[in-house]
Structure formats: structure tokens, C-alpha cells
Design a protein around this ligand. Structure first.
Ligand code: UGA
Length: 467
């Protein structure tokens, strides 16, 4: 796709958004300078190494090496281009608000530019940030630097494709000409551009993520009701998703959403509303349903195994979803911690994610077979393709008790049972939570109200903050 040299671009932040954005623009023919504050990261990037796993990105960086420069120098990046993309992370604070300190650092570090420039915000920020940034720029004598909100809609695992083939491009500008300038960058793409005011562009990003998260919590609650009424959520989602007004996406029931975006952005939007005096009731429920959903697997295990003390449980998948090594806010972390608290012996395997210190007390294995050896249950936590062939005779013979809890509904229940496993998915009629089979010892706990879909207080729910 590379063509002749185009307008140079500067990217602040060599994280996931910054590197995907920078590499894709380089692929489109732009000279790109990527700036970060972490020396080791810049050194590794200069040596051609990526600091994380994202399919297709390493090839893109390699192919466009000549057009990509990595630097620690903010002034070098600021002088290299008129368009300065802000791609720093905006992690959650304890209050649930987004932490904008890295955004402010970028502005503080801008040199006194004597020509016009535009700060293009890709980072996910609260509505109203553009106004604040504009005031900060004026305060620094940089009122000739414009501001455009240009949120990213990249999903981990297929970010390169999402960038190159977007559903839409959103451009929110204070000055029409600045909006035109940024829109032109995407003119080769076959996608509609939504031109908006800055606040609306900021809200589009938050609302899109909140809506997708709402669909997931909705289908998870439908799954929970399916379990107690004898319906099958997979069939239900198929039938619902064929309505062209609803569509089939984000209707996969499972162990709840995780990652660096949905948990953070739903909380940030809830917080943003409440800081402005509005109680966003629906979003509060979406977040609470998700917290409880992660824990339902524990009840399913107890249903078959009784007390989990000294039971060996294999967690298959640690990443928050397939095709990424990202474990931020991953359901696996909550599950592992709950299992350890129950006294279980927890084994875990992921094809890519490496938990490091995050899963203290868990034995991390190198293969599915190693993880399931001698296990009383195998729990599918991440939707890696590799786990679709889990119900094999090799796995069954390796386990102490051939029980699969399929937290992603990857397997065919009948095939798993035919292969000699006890099998339970999420919201599948064939295994209602209410029907308790015989266990070798009585369950130490009654199925708590949360397992039956009655929500308690999310505030009281055990919560994992990030490192
Ligand atoms: C999400 C959005 O999909 C992107 O559009 C957005 O740009 C990005 O956040 C961001 O704000 O940067 P991402 O977090 O990478 O992307 O992952 P998703 O594919 O959206 O999945 C999020 C979580 O929802 C995962 O844990 C996934 O397993 C779960 N999920 C997704 C379900 O449980 N069911 C579904 O049907 C879909």
C-alpha cells in the first residue's frame, strides 16, 4: 500500500495505540516520528523489537523501518511535523476517573513552536478534555496550536486491520480547517467520516465502548436466565443477532469483558456523568453484571466438585481475549484469585500471555496437557482457537476428573460429553445451574444469590486494581 512520501507525522506515546497508528501511517506512505519517555522501549523499537504482541504489527514495523523514527526527544518529535498525535495511555484512577497526567506531560513538554501545528487526540479522554487542553495551550503561549479529537476504534488482536479498514473516522475540531487537515489523512480509506464538535467526538468514543460493553452484559444476563429456564444462549444470540436492527456482534456470552478499555471506559463514563450530577444507572448495572459474571465459574466448579480446597483447577487462557498477550483486567486474574482463596491448586496456561508476578501462587504451565494433568477441572477462560480441540482422549486421560467448564462456549456440548467429559458452558440449556449432579463431597457453600443472577453490591465485590 506504500506510495510516494506524504506529510510527515509525529506520535507521542509508543504504546499500543501509538505504535499501531504510527506504523499504519508509515504503511500509507508517511514519514513518522514516534516519541516515548521510556528509554528501554525506544531502544528495543530501534532494534526492531515490539514491546507487546499484536498480529501483523511486527511485519508492518519491519517493512516500514525506513519511514519510522523512534525518539526520546519531545522537541524532535514536535518539530518533525505539523500534526502531533497524542497516543498516551489514560489509565483509571482510584476514583474511576481517567488519569490524564500523561496528556498534560505531552503539553508541558512541547517546545515553543513558532509555526502553526495541530494536537490530534487519539487517547481516550473524558468529554471536556479538548476545552481544557485548549486553555492549557493558551496558558503556555501556544494558542496557534490547534486541537482535534480523532478517537481510535482499534480492537486488540486485529488493530492493524481496524486501522486500515475502519467502520468510520471521527474528527472533532474547534477550527474547520484543522478538521479538514486531519480528515484528509484518511481520504484513501473507504469509510465515512463523522465531523463533529470536539465534545461530541470525545463522547462518541466513550458511548461506543459503553454500548458494546452493555451488549455483553446484556447477553450475559440473558445467558444466566437461560440457565435457569432451559433455553440456550447460543441459539438465542443467533436468533436475536439476525435482526438487522441488532446485528450479530458482541453477543457472545462468557466470563465477562476485560481488557484495558471497556472496564476503564465504562467506569470513566459513569464517573464523568456523576461528576456532572447525573447518575448513569444503566452503566452502573452493566459494570456490576460484569463483575459478577466473572465469578459464576466458581459456582459452576463447586456444583461439580463441592469444596474447592486442594482441588486442582486448570485455567486455560490468561489474556483478556484471544490474539493478545494483554492481561489487564482479565477475568483470569479474578478467577485465579478466587480459586486460590478457596484453597484450590491452580494451574494456568496461555499460548502467549506471560503473567509474571500478577498471578502469584498459580503454577504457570507450558502446554494444555501440562496444565490439565491430574486436574479436577479445566476451565476455558480465553477464546483461543487452540482450546477448541480440548475434548480429546489425551486430555481426558490426563485429568483426574474429566470436567470442562467452558467459559467461552467454544466446544460442542454433545461432542464433549461423547468424548467422556462432564461439560458445562455459559447459558447453555444442556447444563442448567439449578440441576446439581452428585458430588463426591457436599458443596461447602450454597449457590449464592449472585450465581442466580441477583446482583449484590459491586462496591463490595472483590476488585482487582492494576499494577
Ligand atoms: C475495545 C473496542 O472493541 C474497540 O473498538 C476500542 O477501540 C478499544 O476497546 C479501545 O477503546 O481502545 P478491545 O478492548 O481490544 O477493544 O477488545 P474487544 O474485542 O472489544 O473485547 C473486549 C472484551 O469483551 C474482551 O474481554 C472480550 O472477550 C469480551 N467480549 C467481546 C465478550 O465477552 N463477548 C463478546 O461478544 C465480545
Amino acid at each position: 500500500m506504500a506510495g510516494q512520501a506524504k506529510e510527515p507525522l509525529s506520535i507521542f506515546g509508543a504504546g499500543w495505540v501509538g505504535l499501531v497508528t504510527g506504523s499504519c501511517f508509515a504503511e500509507l506512505g508517511h514519514e513518522v516520528v514516534v516519541r516515548d519517555v521510556v528509554p528501554e522501549k525506544i531502544e528495543r523499537l530501534r532494534a526492531g523489537e515490539l514491546p507487546f504482541f499484536e498480529p501483523g504489527l511486527a511485519e508492518l514495523v519491519e517493512r516500514n523501518a525506513e519511514r519510522l523514527t523512534f525518539t526520546l526527544d519531545a522537541a524532535e518529535a514536535a518539530h518533525a511535523s505539523e500534526l502531533l498525535f497524542v497516543c498516551v495511555d489514560t489509565p483509571p484512577t482510584y476514583s474511576g476517573d481517567a488519569d490524564l497526567s500523561r496528556v498534560w506531560t505531552v503539553i508541558d513538554e512541547l517546545p515553543q513552536l513558532d509555526r502553526r501545528g495541530i494536537l490530534v487526540m487519539k487517547s481516550t479522554v473524558p468529554v471536556g478534555t479538548g476545552e481544557k487542553v485548549r486553555a492549557a495551550l493558551e496558558g503556555r503561549g501556544l494558542s496557534h496550536i490547534g486541537y482535534v479529537s480523532n478517537p481510535e476504534f482499534l480492537a486488540e488482536g486485529h488493530a492493524v486491520d481496524d486501522f486500515m479498514r475502519p467502520d468510520r473516522v471521527v474528527v472533532g475540531a474547534f477550527a474547520e480547517a484543522d478538521g479538514d487537515h486531519v480528515s484528509a489523512l484518511y481520504s484513501e480509506m473507504d469509510a465515512p467520516t463523522v465531523r463533529a464538535d470536539v465534545a461530541s467526538a470525545e463522547m462518541i468514543k466513550l458511548a461506543a465502548n459503553a454500548f458494546l460493553a452493555t451488549r455483553i452484559s446484556f447477553i450475559n444476563e440473558i445467558a444466566n436466565v437461560c440457565e435457569v429456564t432451559g433455553a440456550d444462549v447460543e441459539k438465542v444470540a443467533e436468533g436475536v443477532g439476525l435482526d438487522h436492527r441488532l446485528g450479530p456482534h458482541f453477543l457472545r456470552a462468557g466470563v465477562g469483558f476485560g481488557g484495558s478499555c471497556f472496564p476503564k471506559d465504562t467506569n470513566a463514563l459513569k464517573q464523568l456523568a456523576s461528576n456532572s450530577g447525573y447518575h448513569f444507572q444503566l452503566l452502573s448495572a452493566v459494570i456490576e453484571v460484569n463483575e459478577l459474571q466473572k465469578r459464576r465459574v466458581i459456582n459452576k466448579l463447586q456444583k461439580y466438585l463441592g469444596r474447592l480446597r486442594e482441588k486442582r483447577i486448570a485455567l486455560l487462557g490468561l489474556a483478556f481475549k484471544a490474539n493478545t498477550d494483554d492481561m489487564r483486567e482479565a477475568p483470569s486474574v479474578v478467577l485465579a484469585s478466587r480459586l486460590l482463596a478457596e484453597g484450590a491448586d491452580v494451574r494456568a496456561y496461555d499460548p502467549v500471555a506471560r503473567p509474571g508476578e500478577l498471578l502469584r501462587g498459580v503454577s504457570v504451565c507450558e502446554s494444555v496437557l501440562e496444565a490439565v494433568r491430574g486436574a479436577d477441572a479445566a476451565v476455558i477462560v480465553t477464546d483461543w482457537d487452540e482450546f477448541r480441540s480440548l475434548a480429546s482422549s489425551e486430555v481426558r486421560d490426563a485429568m483426574r476428573r474429566p470436567l470442562i467448564i467452558d467459559g467461552r462456549n467454544l466446544l460442542d456440548p454433545e461432542a464433549a460429553r461423547a468424548a467422556g467429559f462432564d461439560y458445562e458452558g455459559i447459558g447453555r440449556a444442556s447444563s442448567p445451574l439449578a440441576a446439581l449432579p452428585e458430588t463426591d463431597e457436599p458443596s461447602s457453600v450454597d449457590v449464592p444469590s449472585e450465581a442466580m443472577g441477583q446482583t449484590g453490591s459491586a462496591e463490595n465485590a472483590e476488585h482487582f486494581s492494576r499494577e
